[in-house]
Design a protein around this ligand. Structure first.
Ligand SMILES: NC(=O)c1ccc[n+]([C@@H]2O[C@H](COP(=O)([O-])OP(=O)(O)OC[C@H]3O[C@@H](n4cnc5c(N)ncnc54)[C@H](OP(=O)(O)O)[C@@H]3O)[C@@H](O)[C@H]2O)c1
Length: 323
């Protein structure tokens, strides 16, 4: 299967490494790479490792036509406000028609339903396992493993930056020191406000609700409060009671419809959503047939994000039957 990569940063490069490592068993070929500032590289016969980049082609359409790939892999920077230009990139690929895989949660949080319909109309697949919890199975779990089970709601500790800030304050550091530590670990988007004010969690909540609960929502419709008002003093008081704080995403059905919210919640230290270390994430699904169960990912990094993209590509290359 031939691949056109849109975006070649941390995840794009990790994916290229993974494809090289598994090439014998899974023979994918990268025929094009398109970036914002580094330019474009194209060879329909297959690019060599670490290819030289020429000038940036003028449009995404020109790039996709030149790369002549079977699938586009959208790995550009997240735009939490409206998911663009990633949504336009995905639409251009679906229109060719090419399969699309993305790790970018913006398009799933803002335009999932429309993009899935466009993919179906074009007879191609649209996949996004890494958009929430990297390569740990979340979306593909529901696509393949749980026939007949309905998701009634979910509860997740899905933001790493807030957790590092809280852990730093619990051990005597300042809010700013916690944020600096998270930034040094490379897990914080931009200036960190996006994580601290809860918008990263809101985008993940909207993405999960759109895919698993057909919510047709956006991050702006998630009731969101972050951890900005949390202080070291309050955090330490809570810690002395054997508890901690986590930024929690919740989805549940209520009498007035689907409730989606992000809040800093006080949890027992042994709560499953509180006890995973460092950058780990956890989500619990509340279901009709399987009660409550979940997925945990311990200290994921960019290689696990790349794996989620890879798993989607393998699925497509095998002629994935489900939408
Ligand atoms: N890093 C993670 O662990 C992780 C985990 C889960 C999901 N994700 C998601 O995966 C995506 C990629 O993350 P990353 O860490 O690889 O980001 P990154 O290192 O910032 O790389 C972004 C890439 O996108 C390119 N780009 C930006 N705007 C573009 C445009 N308009 N047209 C073409 N290329 C464009 C950039 O080009 P230049 O190189 O020229 O600047 C760069 O190559 C993001 O949506 C992120 O939210 C990342």
């Amino acid at each position: 299967m031939k691949l056109a990569l849109i975006g070649y940063g941390n995840v794009g490069r990790a994916l290229a490494r993974l494809l090289r490592r598994k090439n014998r068993e899974f023979p994918f070929t990268i025929t094009g790479i398109h970036t914002l500032r580094h330019g474009t590289a194209v060879d329909p016969a297959g690019l060599r490792d670490d290819p030289p980049f020429g000038p940036r082609l003028a449009s995404i359409e020109e790039f996709l036509d030149a790369a002549r790939a079977d699938a586009a892999v959208e790995l550009t920077t997240l735009n939490p406000t409206d998911g663009e230009p990633a949504i336009a990139h995905i639409r251009a690929a679906l229109a060719r028609p090419m399969h699309v895989v993305t790790a970018n949660k913006g398009p799933i949080a803002h335009a999932y339903g429309a993009l899935q319909r466009e993919a179906a109309a074009a007879g191609v697949k649209f996949r996004f396992e890494s958009a929430v919890m990297d390569g740990a199975p979340v979306f593909n779990l529901w696509r393949y493993v749980m026939p007949g089970v309905k998701v009634l709601g979910f509860t997740g500790a899905l933001n790493s930056t807030s957790k590092i800030v809280i852990e730093t304050m619990e051990s005597g550091g300042s809010f700013a020191a916690g944020l600096a530590a998270a930034r040094a670990m490379g897990i914080t988007e931009g200036d960190g406000a996006f994580d601290i004010e809860g918008w990263d969690s809101a985008a993940k909540t909207a993405a999960l609700a759109n895919v698993l609960m057909e919510a047709g929502t956006t991050p702006q419709s998630v009731s969101t409060r972050g951890i900005a008002r949390l202080t070291p003093k309050r955090t330490q008081e809570i810690a002395r009671q054997g508890k901690t704080v986590r930024l929690i995403s919740r989805a549940r059905h209520t009498a007035s419809g689907l409730s989606l919210r992000v809040r800093a919640e006080v949890l027992d230290r042994c709560d499953i959503l509180a006890c995973t270390p460092g950058t780990s994430n956890a989500i619990l699904f509340h279901t009709d047939l399987m009660g409550t169960f979940g997925t945990v990912s311990i200290s994921p990094g960019v290689d696990q994000t790349a794996y989620g993209v890879f798993s989607d590509l393998v699925d497509l290359s095998r002629g994935a039957g489900s939408p």
